[in-house]
Design a protein around this ligand. Sequence first.
Ligand code: 3PG
Length: 308
Amino acid sequence: MSKKVLIGTKKPFAPEARDATLSLLKEAGYEALLLEGYEDPAELLAAVKEVNALIVRSDKITDEVMAAAPELKIVVRAGAGFDNVDCEAATNRGIVVMNTPGQNSNAVAELAIGMMIMAARGKYDGKSGTELRGKTLGLQAFGNVARRVAEIAINGFNMKVIAYDPFIPEEKIREAGVTPVRTLEELYQESDYLSLHIPATEETKGSVDYDLMSLMKKNAVLINTARAEVIDEDGLVKIYEEHPHFKYVSDVAPLNKDVLVVCDGDRCFFTPKKMGAQTAEANLNAGVAAARQIIGFFEDGDRKYQVN
Ligand code: 3PG
């Protein structure tokens, strides 16, 4: 009997990406199932019952979901961050978890740059704004998205780019035309624009706190296309109130909706939905990569992108 693969995405892929992913699986002899745009997590629980593999986005894959899927062998997060998947529970159940690194990074990078321009131009309200050229952009972490942001900022805007990433050798950062800095404090002090590219982990949650943000320059802009969890939201509100020029632009809604009450002026912007990776190209890249990884796993035991 052919293996069943479910694309279970609350936030749907672009239709062409979804269809290409389904076709690839079918052509490889798999039964390809689809549950998209679901509202109630119970729908996902019902849909995973007989599946052997699951392709998801930011969908919460809890132990409960995995328990409802006794035949499940692999979950592929079509994207980079896999904080939505309970990896420990997956390991305990012998389920492989993978992500598709790099497949949606250009889309997120372009949005980060777009939001920087919007912040620089004061949301197009008629007042004089500023330009990106010649400004210093700080990147917190230097993974796939940050690399692409750096490339666009250097080649397109002649920005000076600095980065802090203790997990990447300094020479690798330099090779990209970016200046590594040794401390987070330095990164926050030096940046006119500071773009976050850290994952949400136990170590990073709430780590962008009041003390760090208060080191930022008077007119600095903080850009968050990473995760809401990394921000200390009480600290954010305090900085926003204390520093009349500080700007925050984010592709992720705050966890505490009260933040929106304070941060509602022209110095703050939240995309209404998480839009960084929401392009046809990124959906296609990530969906097709996820399907290929599932096929590779079942056919050849390929575990290259396993994260648990
Ligand atoms: C990621 O981690 O890949 C991005 O945050 C995109 O998430 P999404 O697939 O839910 O849009």
